[in-house]
Design a protein around this ligand. Structure first.
Ligand code: PEP
Ligand code: MN
Length: 360
């Protein structure tokens, strides 16, 4: 064979490889489209009868020089690769960046969460009295904080500790927030209360102890209110993402994730703040991610560095508990800042450029 002919055959072979590549990818696109149609349906992705039909048709058309067995083997490989492709696509969750590249931005009253400018959520651990709520809310408003928190259903370790004011607490929180032109967030612990809570709250919180209360997650997915979902005490990042997916899968994509510390052997802080969860969650999901600097640390003396760290790694907001008289608070007395301490923290964050919103 002349050298020229040899080169010519090689060139032809290169060309055929490219044609096979194009045809394989065209096939993969069709497979993806079929996979989308199957999504959410009970249809099994692997359909042996359909596969046999396809193989029989291909073998019947085979004129060689490949043997039928070789053709069967090659096409089985192609079918398997297609099934793998469908499986991979199925795995990309609604909350995943792979499904939606753009950040989810949540608007609540005058506030925008997830637009690159961190927000502050503050207020007492528990809603206690009208006087307490008024004192805290009026102070926060003066400080430019517009998202008021306060627990009405308190998941306490001991059944003998203050359990919260229930619906009266929600009403008090909501009325106080409205009076000051603020918006409010509070934890709901029972699936049957989610709809009722929509009347009072601008954001519904699902607490750490309920992150895998799947019926509660489903109920949260059925309403059209933003949900603040806190990471469970011993939950992995993946479990938090799946918990968010429960909500999103019911049609509610307004979800704010919250890193609030996890259980470790360390006793110097109440929990161990997993700071790396923030960039990981921001990378893997399109949801806003905030950090609870009070429940993660359980201490007041490291609020400023922890707040800076959270914002530095990309947090879209901070939760910080504040009370007009922390010493007599009915829950989490040790970790709640008093009002001047909260003002100092906000001032320090603003003057150091960590909080972009201007002081009021
Ligand atoms: C809270 O924010 O009031 C609370 C109880 O926090 P967590 O669920 O993170 O413990
Ligand atoms: Mn608390």
């Amino acid at each position: 064979m002349s050298k020229a002919r040899f080169e010519q055959l090689r060139e032809q072979l290169d060309q055929v490889n490219l044609e096979i590549l194009e045809v394989l990818n065209r096939r993969a696109e069709l497979v993806s489209e079929i996979g989308l149609l199957k999504n959410g349906k009970t249809t099994e992705r692997f359909d042996p009868i359909r596969e046999k039909e396809m193989l029989d048709k291909v073998v019947a058309a085979n004129e060689g020089p490949f043997q039928n067995d070789t053709i069967r083997h090659l096409f089985k490989q192609i079918f398997q690769a297609s099934l793998n492709l469908q499986e991979e696509e199925k795995k990309s969750l609604l909350v995943s960046r792979k499904t939606k590249a753009a950040d989810t931005v949540i608007t609540v009253g005058p506030l925008t969460i997830g637009n690159g400018s961190p927000v502050i959520i503050s207020g007492p651990c528990s809603v206690e009295t009208p006087e307490q709520m008024e004192a805290v809310a009026s102070h926060l408003k003066k400080e430019g904080v517009v998202l008021l928190r306060g627990g009405a259903y308190k998941p306490r370790t001991s059944p003998y500790d203050f359990q919260g004011l229930g619906v009266e607490g929600l009403k008090l929180l909501s009325e106080t927030a409205k009076r000051h032109g603020m918006v409010c967030v509070s934890e709901i612990v029972a699936p049957e209360d989610v709809e009722m809570a929509c009347e009072y709250l601008d954001i519904i919180q699902i607490g750490a102890r309920n992150m895998q209360n799947f019926e509660l997650l489903k109920a949260a997915g059925n309403v059209r209110k933003p949900i603040l979902l806190k990471r469970g005490l011993s939950a992995t990042i993946e479990e938090l993402v799946y918990a968010a997916e429960y909500i999103a899968s019911r049609g509610n994509s307004q979800i704010i994730l919250c890193e609030r510390g996890i259980r470790t052997y360390e006793k110097a802080t109440r929990n161990t703040l997993d700071i790396s969860a923030v960039p990981i969650l921001k990378q893997e999901t399109h949801l806003p991610v905030i950090v609870d600097i009070s429940h993660s640390t359980g201490r007041k003396d490291i609020m400023f560095p922890i707040a800076k760290a959270a914002i530095a790694v990309g947090a879209d907001g901070l939760i910080v508990e504040a009370h007009n008289e922390p010493a007599v608070a009915l829950s989490d007395a040790k970790q709640q800042l008093d009002l001047p301490q909260l003002s100092n923290l906000l001032h320090d964050l603003r003057t150091s450029g960590f909080l972009k919103d201007a002081a009021p």
